[in-house]
Design a protein around this ligand. Structure first.
Ligand code: NAP
Length: 327
């Protein structure tokens, strides 16, 4: 059974990208074979496609950490042929052949049944980025954040995680401050629901100060580095920051004063190894009380246009969500 796939090949000159025909016999062992209808482009796919060894070590490789499709073979009774399913995270697209292809084969433990309310398409407008935005908000709310806590800062706001976070927080009644490096995307951010827009420089200023004025009732941080550190120092008393990303770098300075004097929380967020029942719970929220229209965030990609999208996401120039149409 042949199918089309995006492939990264390691050569002496670097990592080459192409669209090839593969056979399902070449896919890894697994319980469930899925006919993939949609995938989505995430920052991590850019890292995989350029040979980042923390993401992918084995080449040739098909990236794609997200997939939504229909089960066409299953040897596990928990997953039935004909079911619509979502697979995100675990090893998909890292060292397991990923969602930038019309077929994947994965363990049954990675497969989430599509909740009523979402479709194959809408689940991939969300994808890992949107799921992670929801996971950040879920974690902040479980730590006590409510709309009355104060404005919520979203960093990297025009990106995948950021743009979904802005829309979702606005839908939930929060005042949202969007931090962005893109001066030409303010209208886009206001349309998502941002009530205030600040620049990356605004939120990176004052790094040398031990504390900054109390400003945020919560923070969804997708960038790390000085911006994360400053945002922690600007949290209101008892509030929290959910850290999920590292586009500005994995390191950050720290001092204990915000924690000792303002009782704030720094919360880690991982969507990859999150257990399947937790994944299903968050997808369930996104299909019900957190169901929002994200169609205006979509940029349609396919296997042929994916390479150019990868270059843009690595340059920090992507806006919204790139959805890969595989049919
Ligand atoms: N923990 C997890 O499970 C998890 C899951 C998903 C994603 N992530 C991580 O979250 C981050 C965002 O992912 P994404 O898919 O949303 O990526 P993305 O679509 O590329 O968005 C990142 C955004 O960050 C901003 N940015 C880019 N370079 C920057 C820099 N040097 N300094 C400050 N801001 C910069 C840009 O937004 P503006 O121009 O608007 O500032 C960019 O659009 C990545 O690090 C990704 O690996 C983690």
């Amino acid at each position: 059974m042949e199918f089309s796939a995006f492939q990264i090949e390691k050569t002496e000159a670097g990592f080459n990208r192409s669209v090839i025909q593969r056979n399902v016999d070449e896919l890894p062992e697994g319980d469930v074979l899925i006919d993939v209808h949609y995938s989505s482009l995430n920052y991590k796919d850019g890292l995989s496609a350029t040979g980042n060894p923390g993401v992918t070590r084995n080449f040739p490789h098909t990236p794609g950490i997200d997939a939504a499709g229909i089960v066409i073979q299953s040897s596990d009774q928990r997953v039935l042929v004909g079911e619509e399913v979502i697979v995100i995270g675990f090893d998909l697209g890292m060292n397991t052949s990923g969602g930038f292809a019309q077929r994947i084969r994965v363990p049954a433990e990675w497969v989430v049944k599509m909740p009523a309310g979402l479709s194959l398409h809408s689940s991939m407008i969300l994808g890992t980025a949107g799921f992670t935005a929801a996971e950040c908000i879920d974690k902040l709310e479980r730590a006590g954040m409510t709309p009355s806590s104060g404005p919520v800062l979203v960093t990297g706001a025009t990106g995948g995680v950021g743009s979904v976070a802005v829309r979702l927080l606005s839908h939930l009644g929060y005042q949202v401050t969007a931090a962005t490096g893109k001066s030409d995307q303010h209208n886009f951010l206001r349309a998502l629901g941002a009530t205030e827009i600040v620049t990356r420089e605004d939120v990176a200023a004052g790094t040398n100060k031990p504390l900054l004025a109390e400003r945020w009732g919560g923070v969804v941080d997708t960038v790390g580095g000085d911006i994360l550190f400053n945002a922690v120092k600007s949290l209101k008393y008892g509030c929290g920051l959910a850290a999920c990303g590292l586009v500005a770098g994995p390191g950050f300075q720290a001092n204990v004063l915000p924690f000792l004097l303002r009782n704030v929380n720094l919360l880690g967020v991982d969507s990859v190894q999150l257990p399947l029942d937790e994944k299903a719970r968050i997808w369930g929220r996104l299909a019900n009380e957190w169901l929002v229209d994200l169609s205006d965030l979509e940029e349609v990609l396919n296997l042929e246009t994916l390479s150019e999208g990868i270059d843009r996401i690595l340059a920090g120039a992507m806006v919204g969500r790139g959805v890969v149409h595989l049919r």
